[in-house]
Design a binder for this molecule. Structure first.
Ligand code: SF4
Length: 183
């Protein structure tokens, strides 16, 4: 294969397996997605392990490269201290996005991957504008380019749910942190 036919790599921060197949398919039209699971927000450990197992199953089945960051539970609790009672879409979530996207951009830079994006905007509970702003700010610090997307658009969320069912993924009923589990 010559260089002209090679698609550029994009580091795709994946929040969980169910949110991934539709986004991976879409990005694959123009890029080679490299999956990156870094989600220190997910609690408790059993839930974290379950979500890792499912994204590993997806990557194995599709042949996509997958890297997993550390669990970093304490880092998340330290970062959101004082914001425990914030509602979803509030300040705690902004800190959570920043933590995850900063690590993804750091990893992309270390691997010479120029583009970064995230599955997070698939969720109807998350504001794409906020995620894209934080992504762009973080990417600029690491000399990579954040692809601003809103994957829930164009029926993206419905297609995501449909594809997750085809893969028979475990689908969690809360966002990830212990605070969202209580809501
Ligand atoms: S509700 Fe979701 S996005 Fe917000 S802090 Fe918790 S895990 Fe992170």
């Amino acid at each position: 294969m010559n260089n002209l036919s090679q698609k550029p790599q994009v580091l795709l921060h994946v929040c969980c397996a169910p949110c991934s197949p539709y986004v991976v398919d879409l990005l694959s039209q123009d890029y080679t997605p490299i999956l990156y699971f870094y989600n220190p927000n997910i609690h408790p450990h059993e839930e974290y392990a379950l979500r890792v197992d499912e994204i590993e199953r997806f990557a194995r089945g599709t042949g996509n490269a997958l890297y997993c960051g550390d669990e970093d539970t304490d880092l998340f609790f330290d970062a959101v201290r004082g914001y425990e009672n914030e509602p979803e879409k509030g300040k705690r979530c902004e800190i959570c996005f920043k933590l995850r996207l900063d690590k993804a951009c750091t990893f992309a830079q270390s691997q010479n991957i120029k583009y970064v994006t995230t599955t997070l905007t698939v969720s109807p509970h998350k504001c794409a504008k906020t995620i894209n702003r934080i992504g762009a700010e973080t990417a600029a610090l690491h000399n990579v380019i954040f692809l601003a997307e809103n994957f829930k658009k164009n029926d993206g969320f419905r297609k995501t749910v449909q594809m997750a069912k085809q893969y028979s993924f475990y689908r969690q009923n809360y966002c990830g942190c212990i605070f969202s589990k209580k809501n």
